[in-house]
Design a protein around this ligand. Sequence first.
Ligand code: ADP
Ligand code: MG
Length: 284
Amino acid sequence: ATPTALLVGTGRGAQLGILIKGPEVLESTRTVDTVVLDKTGTVTTGQMSLVEVVGDADALRLAAAVEAASEHPVARAVVAGHPGPLPAVEDFMNAAGSGVTGTVEGHRVRVGRTGAEPVPADLAAAVAEAEEAGRTAVLVVVDGAVRAVLVVADTVRPTSAAAIAALRDLGLAPVLLTGDSAGAAAAVARQVGLDPDAGEVVSGVLPAGKVDVVARLQEQGRVVAMVGDGVNDAAALARADLGLAMGTGTDVAIEAGDVTLVRADLSAAADAVRLSRRTLATIK
Ligand code: ADP
Ligand code: MG
C-alpha cells in the first residue's frame, strides 16, 4: 500500500467526521466481518429520563440521593427525576454494571439491577412490562427490601436502523452487546432490525465481560469491529480488530479506539468501512 493513498483516505475521513488514529487503521478495516454494537449511548442516545416510579414514592428521594454520586446515564435520569434537596449519603459504593449503594438517613439503600432480594409480585410485573417496552427498570432496595421500581427510558438514535442495514449490506454481521436486561435489549434490537433469536443480541454482560465477548468472536475466526462510548466499552474497543468510539463518548473510550466518530451516529461506522475499501481499491 502506498502511504500517500492511505493519507488521502485519512484526510477524506476527517472531512466525513471520521477521525482515524493512523493510516494503517484503514488497512485493518478491510477484513472486518462482524460489528459489535454497544446499546446505551451507541445505538441509543444514552440520554435517559425517568418515566415512571412504581411502589413507594419516597424511594425515589432515597435513590436520587445515592445516585447523585454516580455518572451513569441511569443515575443522571434518576437524579433529574427528583426535584428538590437530597439527603446526605455515607459509605457510597459503585458496583460497575450493576448499581450503587449508600447509607441515607440511617438506611442502607441499593439502586440497581435485580439481585438477591425477593421482588414483590406487583413490582416484578412492573419490571417485566417496562423491559418489554425496551425500557430499563432498576430496583430501589431499602434495608434489604425491594420498595420501588424506577423506569428509565432511552431513545434509539434515529439513524441507527438505517446504519445497521448499511453495515449488513457491506457484509458485516451485527451483534448488539449490553449490560442491560435481555428484555430491554431485545426490544431495542427489534427497533433497529436486529434479531434476538438469531444470536444478534448479547445481554446482561458485566462491564468486564464485554472484552470477553469480542475475544470469543475472534477465537471463532471473526474479524471484529466494536462501536462503543462508555468506560465499560474501553477494553473491548482496544481488543477489537477495529475500535470505533462515539465522539460523544467518554475519554477512555475515545483513547481506546482506533477511530472516533465525531457525528456520534452509527452511519459513520458504515462510512468508515466504505472509505477504507475505496481507499484500498485505489491502491490495488
Ligand atoms: P450498558 O452496557 O447498556 O451501557 P451498563 O453495563 O452500564 O449498561 O449497566 C448495566 C445495567 O446495570 C443497567 O442496565 C442498570 O440496570 C444497572 N446499573 C448500572 N449502573 C447503575 C446505576 N448507577 N444505577 C442503577 N442501575 C445501574
Ligand atoms: Mg454505552
